[in-house]
Design a binder for this molecule. Structure first.
Ligand SMILES: C[S@@+](CC[C@H](N)C(=O)[O-])C[C@H]1O[C@@H](n2cnc3c(N)ncnc32)[C@H](O)[C@@H]1O
Length: 285
């Protein structure tokens, strides 16, 4: 979707702007209770929407082809957001910062929120068929970690992210924000949705498609990451697990190799997003 860089002040009058005065305006239903994670995780996937926050992230979502349902912003941000409103063709609800805060539950300091449509996720086999380097996550249920992992995956040239069924939603508002919109750049799919291949049997698909499955674990008997010599054309899947217990024994057993990032004495492990960044970087060497 082409997004113009700027728009002249005279064109502002052509934009589909709707002034809102009341927080209970039913047209703002998409934005209600944004700080209530339980409510949002329950309703967002079902409703097929997600919330993007701030000019850069909204622009990236539009460029990735996500249709915009509407935007919510205060007057101060109108000039900056005008090109995005114009290119989306969606209505923009304009209100005072107080009304915005009453609707969303927080002070909207990134200028604007946009309710965007989700796109269908690709089939894992199709995605793995065209990728070469992928990150696979199990029980990564923290949105900040999901966002940070997508950012590293994008920055370090990974082709895709595969998520076990118990991973958090990459399009949850905080994950989108932490990822700086890279959740729109790195394709991702859910593993384990096929009833014939529940998680972790879904990992067999990676082997069938020629991937070497590397489990990232701090276990002392795993291979030192610095000794890994990946072939440039080799298909590699990096598996990472939860902040608490790490990868499950069944996921570990399904992998071809266990790899560790050596830790200084007295420290048992890294945060999963930090470990993902280091492991992705090692594959670029
Ligand atoms: C906080 S760690 C989990 C620690 C857990 N006690 C374990 O033994 O795996 C979260 C994830 O980050 C990755 N990780 C953290 N530190 C690592 C290290 N030193 N080497 C390899 N992977 C690491 C692993 O994938 C792990 O599942």
């Amino acid at each position: 979707v082409p997004v113009p860089m700027s728009i002249s002040a005279s064109d502002l009058s052509d934009l589909p702007l709707i002034r809102i005065e009341r927080a209970d305006d039913p047209r703002l239903a998409d934005y209600v209770g944004l700080t209530d994670m339980q409510l949002r995780t329950r309703t967002e996937p079902e409703l097929g929407l997600f919330i993007a926050e701030g000019e850069k992230v909204i622009a990236r979502a539009l460029r990735a082809g996500h249709p915009m349902r509407s935007m919510l912003l205060s007057d101060k941000w109108l000039d900056l957001m005008a090109p995005l409103i114009a290119s989306s063709g969606a209505p923009a609800y304009v209100g005072s910062p107080d009304v915005l805060e009453q609707v969303t539950g927080f002070h909207v300091h990134r200028g604007a929120l946009a309710a965007m449509e989700r796109l269908p996720l690709p089939d894992p086999a199709t995605l793995l068929g065209v990728a070469r380097r992928v990150v696979v996550l199990e029980t990564v249920n923290n949105h900040t970690n999901i966002g940070a992992i997508f950012r590293s995956a994008a920055a370090l040239g990974m082709d895709a992210v595969l998520l076990a069924p118990d991973c958090a939603d990459p399009l949850y508002r905080r994950a989108v924000r932490v990822s700086m919109g890279t959740v729109f750049a790195v394709p991702y799919a859910r593993l384990g949705a096929d009833p014939d291949r529940p998680w972790p049997h879904a990992l067999e698909l990676l082997a069938e498609l020629g991937y070497r499955r590397m489990a990232l674990t701090p276990a002392p008997d795993a291979l030192d990451l610095r000794e890994l010599r990946p072939e440039p054309q080799e298909k590699i899947a990096l598996l990472l697990g939860s902040e608490g217990d790490g990868l499950s024994p069944r996921a570990l057993a399904a992998c071809d190799l266990r790899v560790r990032i050596p830790m200084a004495a007295g420290v048992d492990s890294l945060n999963v997003a930090a470990a993902a960044a280091i492991a992705c970087y090692a594959l670029t060497a």
